[in-house]
Design a protein around this ligand. Structure first.
Ligand SMILES: Nc1ncnc2c1ncn2[C@@H]1O[C@H](COP(=O)(O)OP(=O)(O)OP(=O)(O)O)[C@@H](O)[C@H]1O
Ligand SMILES: [Mg+2]
Length: 313
């Protein structure tokens, strides 16, 4: 079996009586990047917290690499790394100590070479002796990832890794997740941003009011969504689109402050990553970007219209 995570008939009812998860069934393969999309309060953190043993399930079963999260709690937990939604660390501790200590918590022998490798990969090596309170928000987030990787987990959970993170750091984070995948780690992340799921995930799950209403291969989901529009707000206005950037679908707004790229995901047009690369090469600097048809609401609407899997949404 190449399944690293199997969730069967999982239910969660909080003490308040609120039903946060209803009959969740999901299988994740080794090495996969899975994005869980859902609006505020949909149940994403609840699901992750149950898998990581922080919240008790009401019923159902979860196996992590074949180990039951309740009966084989310690083994199952040691296979998991969690980067929680809320950043919380000891402000007075150093980066190096925090990450080393975290490894020790899992009973793993100290391994300075590994800690160094992790800190270097996360661009935190120069900050190894700094106290956490002196780090920027983005660095703190990377530190949380370093902590979660310190005991060499097989699955990494990232609960909204890029919420409130600026555009360039968000792209760094995407690159990092790809590197982790290349190293064989399975990554499960939650997000509100469809473009984030689109950039990274192999498969996407959509959770709504505690129900997993759709799980699908990203490519086939994106095909269903069809045309999209990317808008880039420029740092400085352009007189005209440079010759090297005469790409089908790319247009300059009348006020010269915005570039829009209309593209059909089913066509042979270049992708967003390639477009951004080309803009970069040609010195076009933008301060923000967003895609239309990017809200979950719109995706839900298009799902309803198409009646995917016969689910009523
Ligand atoms: N301890 C708790 N007791 C009662 N209800 C809770 C508890 N924790 C969460 N909930 C409720 O469960 C639902 C799901 O919350 P959860 O944090 O899992 O959502 P989420 O999808 O992670 O949302 P967000 O995108 O805002 O992080 C919400 O309605 C929330 O109010
Ligand atoms: Mg959450």
């Amino acid at each position: 079996m190449n399944k690293i995570l199997t969730i069967s008939h999982l239910y969660k009812k909080y003490q308040s009586g609120f039903e946060a998860l209803k009959d969740i069934n999901l299988e994740i393969s080794k090495g996969e990047i899975f994005a869980l999309l859902g609006q505020n309060g949909a149940g994403k953190t609840t699901l992750i917290s149950i898998i990581c043993g922080i919240v008790n399930p009401s019923s159902g079963q979860i196996l992590v690499d074949g180990k039951d999260i309740i009966h084989d709690y310690r083994i199952a937990r040691s296979l998991i790394g969690l980067v929680p939604q809320e950043v919380s660390t000891d402000a007075f501790e150093t980066v190096w100590n925090t990450v080393s200590f975290s490894r020790g918590l899992y009973g793993k022998p100290s391994n300075p070479e590994l800690i160094e490798k992790i800190l270097r990969e996360l661009s935190l090596w120069d900050k190894r002796d700094s106290k956490i309170m002196t780090l920027s928000g983005g660095m703190k987030r990377r530190l949380m990832i370093a902590k979660a990787l310190s005991h060499e987990p097989k699955i990494l959970f990232l609960d909204e890794p890029t919420a409130g993170v600026d555009v360039s750091l968000r792209r760094d984070m995407w690159g990092l997740v790809r590197d982790l995948k290349n190293m064989g780690t399975t990554v499960i992340l939650t997000t509100h941003y469809i473009e984030e799921a689109e950039e990274m995930a192999d498969r996407i799950g959509i959770i709504r009011k505690g129900e997993l209403i759709l799980v699908e291969d990203k490519k086939s989901l994106m095909k269903k969504l069809g045309k999209k529009e990317l808008t880039l707000q420029l740092q400085t206005p352009l007189d005209a689109i440079p010759h090297e950037l005469h790409i089908p679908g790319l247009m300059l707004s009348q006020d010269k402050f915005e570039l829009t790229y209309t593209f059909d995901l089913n066509s042979n047009q270049i992708g967003i990553a390639e477009l951004l690369q080309k803009l970069n090469e040609n010195g076009v600097v933008f301060k923000d970007l967003h895609t239309k048809q990017s809200s979950l609401e719109e995706i839900f609407v298009s799902l309803v219209n198409e009646g995917v899997n016969g689910h009523a949404v």
